[in-house]
Each structure stands twice: as C-alpha cells, then as structure tokens.
Design a protein. Structure first.
Length: 451
C-alpha cells in the first residue's frame, strides 16, 4: 500500500482493532434465542453503542425492532452542508455448527497462519471494526468530511426482517445520500471488489404427515405410507438430473455479464472434493449470481444412532430458495409452496410455512459514489482496479433501503472473501483485508465529500 497518512494511521490502529474484534467475537450473539441467550446479543449491542459514543456519535440508541432483537444506531455530525453517508454492518452471527469441528474455539478470536479465526470475524463483526477504523483514521487526519449514520443490525442472519420493518416505520432515521453496506467481500483476497447484485431469499418449512403414529416396519412396511420417504421424493423434485434448481414456473436460465468466476477457482474456494462434480449448467457466475438455487437446510428425522425399525408418521424440512435480481421473492415463495404441494405423493398431508424472506438487489454502478470508491480502492490496493461482482447471498435490508431512499447510492463492500469461510466451520478474517478496506472506506468518504 502506498504510504499516506490515512494508511499509516490505520496500520497503527490495527492492534487495537484486533483487541476490539476479540471482545466482539466473544459475545455469542446468535439471534436464535432457542439456541443462545438473548443476553449475549444485548451485550454485543451495548458494546457497539458504547464504541459509537466513544467516537463522538450522538443520538446513539438501541432500537427494539419488531422481531424481538436490537439494532444499534448512531449519528456523527460532519461539517455544515455536508453529504450524509450511512454505514451498515450486523453483529448477529450464524451458529457455530459443530464446535468440535473448529480448530480453535469459535467465540475466541485466535490468530493462526496470518488470519484471525472466530465466528463473526468476517461476517460481520469485522465490518463493525472496519467502519470504526475508517472513521478513526479520518478523525486523526483532518476530520470526517461527511455526516455519518451508523446502523448495526441484530438479526440479519435470521432473515426475520426486524430492521426492515423498523426502517419502514421510521423512514427518516436512515435517510442518506449514499449507503455503504459492509457485509459483502472481495472476489479474492487482495482484489478490490464492489458487489452490485444480491440474490433474494425465501425460507420455507414443509411438513409431511401420513399416520397417527410410527409403525413397525416389519408389520406395516410396504403398504403404510412413510412420511420420510414422501419428503425425500419431494425434495428430490427440486433439482434436475444435473442439479439445476427446478421449481415449477421459476426461470433457471439467467446469465451473468460481469466478472467471471473460473471453475477451478470456484472448486478451490468451495473446497470441492476431488472427483466430485459441480451441479447445474452454464458458467459458474451464471449459477451463483444470476439463477435461483434451492438448498435443503435441515431435515427433522431420527438420527442413525438409536434409530428403530419404523415407518415414520411425520417428517419436515427447512428449505432455502435464493432468487436473482428480476425475480420477486414473494412470487418465488408462492411457486415453491405450490411445487412442494404438487409433487407430494400418495395423498400425503402436506403443510408449508414461510419463515423468512428478502428481495434481490441490483445497484446502479454508474453513480458518482462508485467512481469515488474506485479511486479510493486504487490507493488502498496499489496496482489493482476495482472489480464488479455478484453475490449469491442475501441482505434483505438493501431492497428496503433502495425503496425508502430511491435517490441514495448503495455500495456493498466487506471482509467476506472466499477464504473467510463465512457460515462454515473455522470462519476467519484477513487482517490485511481489514486494513486495506478500512483505508479504502476512509478515502471513499473523503473523495465522496469532495465530489
């Protein structure tokens, strides 16, 4: 990185950033209070509120959102007449999954092989620290030249929509000229990237019921309808022979016309085992950024250990359906539920329940804010040009903000590059990425103020 005062300040603040990220990671802030205490999320929210106050933010508040979680808001006034920039991150995290599968404890930030490991280190507690670093660097080098609003969500990973509904009920709160969503990531470490599209998502729970109770498979198997077998058939109907998602009435032929994703790089990023093929057709970018994708997230059925010889009377599954820009998530939900019902065999009783939804998003990459970010990225990442990529994941708030503030420019950056393994075991963040993206964000705010 070329020497400049902002970069030098960020580099000097990195040890403090590591210590703060360790404190944040230690909170088990999974916004599913059947798994982790609500107090853990509340403590993380309070930590962030205190950090904002320490940086001179006013109007700092813990917002009680309709889904029972808290989001953290703060406002840092800039010079008179300055533009307003909203910085977003979220502090809730995915469950750690199998804690025994982590090399080091998931809620203990641990340095190993040049990376910092811990649940939320990249997604998205690292994003909170990135925003703080950028603002501190500007304050140490002439001041923050824009009005800054910060919003840190408490339930993004659950998709329960608390902050979206709160924003709709208080439309003036998050109004800004530009919005920087710190919950995306570079295409690879060291390649500066803004994400211009997001797939939307719907979550549907499906249940099959066939019998008043489980039956002995020797006495009744072969004639008694097995709910688990019916569920397996229905789930299999959601994919074609090559693995392409096949929900009746949903287009699966979209194409991507931006940055390509080489298959070998994808195999390495996804850690696909030798000899195992990829699913679907078309380019990898088509499949992960421009087309729908169904995933069975979980199935309720007896585990192998302790299973009895029974015909099952009931079974259920949780299904995620990602949809690309141009597809309405609510309509996709209806198509998915209709598909599940239509493909249920043997007259089995089937019920579906939607439990989460977020719309897809497409940014206007021709706006002045994108040029300001491109110039900032060129300094933070010497010799590299900012790239435009899609993201297969969902950030439901993006579409809410775009709808509330149609004139606002929205940029997505962040720390969730492929090596970060977000949502998986052994999530980590690259401290070099944290450093360079913090510099980029600081320089962006300066560039944007002057544009």
């Amino acid at each position: 990185m070329s020497s400049n005062p902002v970069a030098e300040t960020v580099a000097s603040l990195l040890p403090r950033a590591k210590a703060e990220l360790a404190e944040l990671v230690a909170f088990k802030s999974v916004a599913d209070f059947t798994q982790f205490p609500k107090s853990e999320s509340e403590a993380a929210a309070s930590w962030i509120a205190d950090a904002l106050r320490a940086e001179g933010f006013v109007d700092v508040a813990l917002l009680d959102t309709p889904d029972g979680t808290q989001s953290v808001y703060g406002y840092l006034p800039g010079p008179e007449g300055a533009k307003t920039v909203l910085l977003y991150a979220h502090y809730d995290v995915q469950p750690p999954l199998d804690e025994a599968g982590w090399t080091t404890p998931p809620f203990e930030l641990t340095e190993r092989d040049g990376r910092w490991y811990g649940r939320g280190a990249a997604d998205c507690k690292g994003g909170v620290i990135m925003h703080l670093l950028a603002l501190r660097a500007l304050k140490a080098n002439g001041g923050v030249p824009v009005n800054v609003k910060v919003i840190v969500e408490g339930s993004e990973e659950q998709g329960t929509g608390g902050l979206e509904r709160y924003a709709e009920e208080h439309p003036e709160l998050l109004a800004a000229d530009t919005i920087v969503i710190g919950d995306a990531g570079n295409f690879r470490v060291g390649l500066p990237t803004v994400t211009t599209t997001l797939r939307g998502m719907t979550l549907v729970r499906v249940r099959m019921e066939t019998l008043a109770g489980n039956l002995h498979s020797g006495s009744f198997g072969g004639a008694a309808p097995d709910a688990l077998a019916a569920l397996i058939r229905v789930l299999d109907s959601l994919r074609a022979e090559d693995g392409t998602t096949t929900v009746d009435g949903l287009d699966s032929t979209g194409t991507w016309d931006g940055l390509e994703y080489p298959e070998e790089q994808f195999r390495a990023d996804a850690k696909v085992l030798d000899g195992v093929g990829l699913i679907g057709n078309g380019s990898v970018a088509d499949r992960v950024w421009a087309r729908p994708a169904v995933t069975v997230l979980g199935i309720d059925c007896p585990p192998v250990v302790g299973a009895t010889p029974s015909v099952h009377s009931g079974a259920r599954a949780l299904i995620s359906l990602r949809v690309p820009p141009g597809v309405d998530a609510a309509e996709a939900t209806k198509l998915l539920e209709a598909h599940l019902t239509a493909h249920t065999p043997w007259g089995v009783r089937v019920t579906t329940e939607q439990i989460g939804q977020g719309q897809p998003f497409r940014a206007d990459a021709t706006s002045p804010a994108y040029q300001a970010m491109a110039d900032a990225m060129a300094v933070a990442y010497p010799g590299e040009t900012m790239q435009y990529a899609g993201e297969g994941g969902s950030i439901p708030l993006c579409n809410t903000l775009a709808g509330l503030y149609p004139q606002a420019e929205i940029l997505l950056i962040g720390l969730s590059e492929p090596e970060a393994q977000i949502h998986a075991l052994n999530e980590s963040v690259s401290p070099r990425e944290l450093e360079q993206l913090s510099v980029a964000e600081a320089l962006f705010l300066r560039n944007y103020a002057a544009s």
